[in-house]
Design a protein around this ligand. Structure first.
Ligand code: UTP
Length: 294
């Protein structure tokens, strides 16, 4: 039976402690990556995959995010007066992008709790959860593939990426079985932030999930887990054990940037700027010269 259209949910209510003090008064999702806040790339990704209805879960410092996606009449009229049409188009683009809604997560009780806060808005639609600090390069398809797999397999779909054993303790890690497709695996279980020795594989869950609306019932009764937080991983574990539905993983081999981590954030800016037509031609030779001095 065809399902209702997908809605997108972008949790952006975490404390961002890894990026203090920048995140003291600003959510990490608003940190600029070249010239756009990280969360705008994520909204654009959802829109590119065909999702128009987007819900952002906001925490303290909510105004930053809401303002970014609102129109700013005084800025727009100044740019118009100056005839600065390119910048005007950029400014308008953010507010015209999609149908953007906001819901508050009163306290940062965990990613699972943030997603559960979307229940009232998402209702019985399937949902794509995109973490607001996790950027997937727009040249690499991931979300579109995940939505297609959700429809094909009638199951939950997560994004997986091979990570170095030294980094595995930072992620949710999946135990998997192969399928007929080399880029898709069946997820048989999941552990949140395991030690390298206990990790069931080197496949880490990255910040994209396509979930059935039933996930809300599961989250409602999910108890705090690792770190005292309500973990989305624990709800996924339950879905993985449900023989009627199951969880599949799309193995992503493209470019991903974790902008919530200082080092990855710096790398993301350098890589994205070096590839841009307006900045790359000057940045690349400068960077080579700079690298030679290291
Ligand atoms: P992270 O664990 O990366 O976010 O959560 P954090 O807790 O803000 O980061 P650090 O470790 O303290 O630096 C993954 C995603 O889930 C959101 C975050 O905003 C991020 O997009 N999140 C997390 C919430 O929306 N609410 C929460 O209670 C926890």
């Amino acid at each position: 039976m065809p399902h209702k259209p997908f809605k997108a949910v972008i949790p952006a209510a975490g404390l961002g402690t890894r990026f203090l003090p920048a995140t003291k008064a600003m959510p990490k999702e608003m940190l600029p990556v070249v010239d756009k806040p990280a969360i705008q790339y994520v909204v654009e990704e959802a829109v590119d995959a065909g999702i128009q209805d987007i819900l952002i879960i906001i925490g303290r410092n909510k105004n930053n995010i809401a303002n970014h996606f609102d129109s700013v009449p005084e800025l727009e009229s100044t740019l118009e007066r100056k005839g600065d049409h390119d910048r005007l188009a950029e400014v308008k683009h953010a507010s015209d992008l999609a149908d953007i809604h906001m819901v508050r997560q009163g306290e940062p009780l965990g990613l699972g709790h943030a997603v559960w806060r979307a229940k009232g808005h998402v209702d019985d639609h399937p949902l794509a959860v995109l973490l607001g600090d996790d950027l997937i390069d727009e040249r690499d398809d991931l979300l579109k593939t995940m939505l297609a797999e959700y429809d094909k397999r009638e199951a939950t779909v997560v994004a997986l990426m091979e990570v170095d054993p030294a980094q595995i303790h930072l992620y949710g890690v999946a135990s998997v079985e192969p399928t007929d497709d080399p880029d898709v695996v069946r997820v048989t279980g999941m552990v949140e932030k395991p030690n390298a020795a206990d990790a069931p594989s080197n496949l880490a869950v990255i910040g994209r999930y396509v979930l059935p609306p039933e996930v809300f019932e599961i989250l409602e009764r999910t108890k705090p887990g690792k770190g005292g937080e309500i973990q989305l991983t624990d709800a996924l574990q339950e879905l993985a054990h449900d023989p009627a539905r199951g969880v599949y993983g799309v193995v992503f081999r493209g470019r991903r940037y974790d902008t919530g981590d200082k080092l990855d954030y710096i790398k993301a800016i350098v890589q994205l700027a070096a590839d841009r037509e307006d900045l790359g031609p000057e940045l690349r030779p400068w960077f080579k010269e700079f690298a030679a001095t290291l």
